[in-house]
Design a protein around this ligand. Sequence first.
Ligand code: C2E
Ligand code: MG
Ligand code: MG
Ligand code: MG
Length: 285
Amino acid sequence: SAKESGRNNYKFFEQSMNARAVQRQSVEVSLRRALERQEFVLHYQPKINLQSGTIVGVEALIRWQHPERGLLLPAQFVPIAEDCGLILPIGRWVLREACRQVQVWLDSGLRAVPVAVNISAVEFRHKSFLEAVALILKETDLAPRYLELELTESVLMHDADDSVPVLEALKAMGVRLAIDDFGTGYSSLSYLKRFPIDTLKIDQFFVRDIATNADDATIVRTIIGMGKNLKQRVIAEGVETHEQLAFLRAQQCEEGQGFLFSHPLSVENFALLLVTGIDGMRGDG
Ligand code: C2E
Ligand code: MG
Ligand code: MG
Ligand code: MG
């Protein structure tokens, strides 16, 4: 009967809810352990100047080297870490490790570039965030201009009035600020002017079809123009094809990041790339 099948559906729903809750709880336990056992690693993806082909920056992206499940991507554990508050210690680890690594490159005479770190809403809103950034810069002895913080548009626009003083304090410290996934978060243009932002990162969702979709092409062209007017650097995320690269160059987009240039790399492989440069991007190639 309908009633019975409804009951079965509910039962199924309840069971899968429980299964999910149990799974989340076990992930939470192993996340805590992962911190103690230092199972997190950073991978590094270069940011490229689209005219010269040189590496002008790098984004640090967290991975979890899970003892049984292998290398896990942020989508598999960052949301859970945000829900249970563990993103705070994990985020501190990411910041410290990224700053420490750039200082190692500087000390070893490599042409070091600024490192960008992704900051989640929970971290940005936490009262000790500014203090933590200042302390980590001091501990790692890194010049603040070598650190860039990537904040998504939705994080900044949620309570935009509260975001302004935090951004201003970070700016005063000398760190660089970027809006990540730009174009997806409905920024009000008046706030965009009030945020002391250095860089707009165009979301890969808009970049994907720029060569074939007129609307996406218009959106990307508009963001590039807006960045120029507001004196902000503009970087296109998710560049995968030569057609996308040609479009971005024609529109005078300064920088790009994506699989066309390099996937995120282990620390050793990224250091090699800093020395050798990106294949096919030298000269006018
Ligand atoms: P995001 O900051 O927007 O990072 C860009 C994501 O796109 C990365 O995925 C990167 O590997 C991927 N990507 C780069 N180039 C291409 C491309 O050409 N094509 C495609 N399809 N993808 C590309 P990843 O590493 O899985 O990170 C996903 C998201 O997880 C990041 O998005 C960021 O929001 C978050 N995340 C990463 N590391 C951290 C971290 O240390 N802390 C926090 N709070 N969040 C992080
Ligand atoms: Mg990012
Ligand atoms: Mg992004
Ligand atoms: Mg993203």
